[in-house]
Design a protein around this ligand. Structure first.
Ligand code: KG4
Ligand code: ZN
Length: 310
C-alpha cells in the first residue's frame, strides 16, 4: 500500500463508531451504532448504560468498518482512538478495546482528543490550510478557537456554562418532543430543528445574552447567541475561513445564520456534512492521518498505558 491507512475508534459519549480512512481522505469503511433511542427513554445518558452498550457493540462495529474497507488489518498504518474528553466509562471501552487490538496487530497507537477531531474533519471534506477559525458546538462543548496546526489551538472563547446541544436536549426533554410521532428517535437538537421549521420565528421578541461583554465567551442557560460572539472576533482578526463543526453545527438554521455573518464580513464558511458534524469514526481516523503526517503523538509502545473501566 502506498497510502497510510488508519482505523479510527470513537466511544466518548453515546455513539460506538469506527472507520477506516486513507491518507487521501478516502473513507474505505465505516460503521456506527447510536444509543440515542435508549437514552431518550431514560431522559438522558446514564453512564453505566452507555458503557454496557459500547461493550455490546464495539467488536461488531470495528469488524464492520474493517470488513467494508476490504483491507487486511495488517495493512493498517495505525489505530487512532478518542481518549478524551467524554464520559470516563464510555471512553474506557474504546480505549481498552483499542489497546488490545494494538497489541494483537502490533500497530502504532494514536490517542485522539475528541475536539481536535471535530475541528480537523473539515480538512477531509474541503481544502483548507492553517490557520482557520473554528466554532465547535456540540452536546458537551462550545468553543471558538484559532487552529494554527494539527494540534496547535488558540482558545479564543468558550461557554461559561452549558453547551448549546445540552441546552437543546434539555429543552426537548422538557417539551417531551420524544412523544412527537415525527421525532421519537431524534436527538433533542435534531427534533427542535425539525419542528422549528413549522413554527413562527417572530412569535417571541428575544434579546441575546452577554450582549455587553466584549469577549468571545458564550452562555446557553438563557437564549442562543452564537453569531454575536463571532462578529466581535472578526472585527479584531483577519481570518478568511470560519469552520463550524460538532453535532449542533449540523443544524441548518444555525448554518444559515453563520453564513449571513461570514458573507457580510467577506469570510468563507465551511461546515462538514451533518453526518460528519455529529460524532463518527471517520473524524477520529482522519485525525490519526493528520497526526501521522505531522509526526505527532504516535505511540509505538503502549506498555504503561492502562485503562481499567470501573
Ligand atoms: O458532536 P456530538 O454528536 O456529540 C458531542 O460531542 O457532544 O453532538 C451531539 C449534540 C446533541 O446535543 C444533539 O442534540 C445536537 O448535537 N444535535 C443537533 C442537531 N443534531 C444533533 N443540534 C441542533 N440541530 C441538529 N440538527
Ligand atoms: Zn462530539
Amino acid at each position: 500500500f502506498l497510502h497510510k491507512i488508519v482505523l479510527g475508534i470513537e466511544t466518548s459519549c453515546d455513539d460506538t463508531a469506527a472507520a477506516v480512512v486513507d491518507e487521501t481522505g478516502n473513507v474505505l469503511g465505516e460503521a456506527i451504532h447510536s444509543q440515542t433511542e435508549v437514552h431518550l427513554k431514560t431522559g438522558g445518558i446514564v453512564p453505566p448504560v452507555a458503557q454496557q452498550l459500547h461493550r455490546e457493540n464495539i467488536q461488531r462495529i470495528v469488524q464492520e468498518a474493517l470488513s467494508a474497507s476490504r483491507i487486511s488489518p495488517s495493512d493498517l498504518s495505525a489505530i487512532a482512538t478518542t481518549i478524551k474528553p467524554g464520559l470516563a466509562l464510555s471512553l474506557g471501552v474504546g480505549l481498552s478495546f483499542s489497546l488490545q487490538l494494538v497489541g494483537q496487530l502490533k500497530k502504532p497507537f494514536i490517542p485522539i482528543h475528541h475536539m481536535e477531531a471535530h475541528a480537523l474533519t473539515v480538512r477531509l471534506t474541503n481544502k483548507v490550510e492553517f490557520p482557520f477559525l473554528v466554532l465547535l458546538i456540540s452536546g458537551g462543548h462550545c468553543l471558538l478557537a484559532l487552529v494554527q496546526g494539527v494540534s496547535d489551538f488558540l482558545l479564543l472563547g468558550k461557554s461559561l456554562d452549558i453547551a448549546p446541544g445540552d441546552m437543546l436536549d434539555k429543552v426537548a426533554r422538557r417539551l417531551s418532543l420524544i412523544k412527537h410521532p415525527e421525532c421519537s428517535t431524534m436527538s433533542g437538537g435534531k427534533a427542535i430543528e425539525h419542528l422549528a421549521k413549522q413554527g413562527n420565528r417572530f412569535y417571541f421578541d428575544i434579546k441575546p445574552p452577554l450582549h455587553r461583554a466584549k469577549n468571545c465567551d458564550f452562555s446557553f442557560t438563557g437564549l442562543q447567541h452564537i453569531t454575536d460572539k463571532i462578529i466581535m472576533k472578526k472585527e479584531k482578526e483577519e481570518d478568511a475561513v470560519l469552520v463550524a463543526s460538532g453535532g449542533v453545527a449540523s443544524n441548518f438554521y444555525i448554518r444559515r445564520a453563520l453564513e449571513i455573518l461570514t458573507n457580510a464580513t467577506q469570510c468563507t464558511l465551511l461546515c462538514p456534512p451533518p453526518r460528519l458534524c455529529t460524532d463518527n469514526g471517520i473524524m477520529i481516523a482522519w485525525n490519526g492521518i493528520e497526526r501521522l503526517r505531522a509526526g505527532l503523538g504516535i505511540l509505538h509502545d503502549i506498555e504503561g498505558i492502562r485503562y481499567e473501566p470501573k
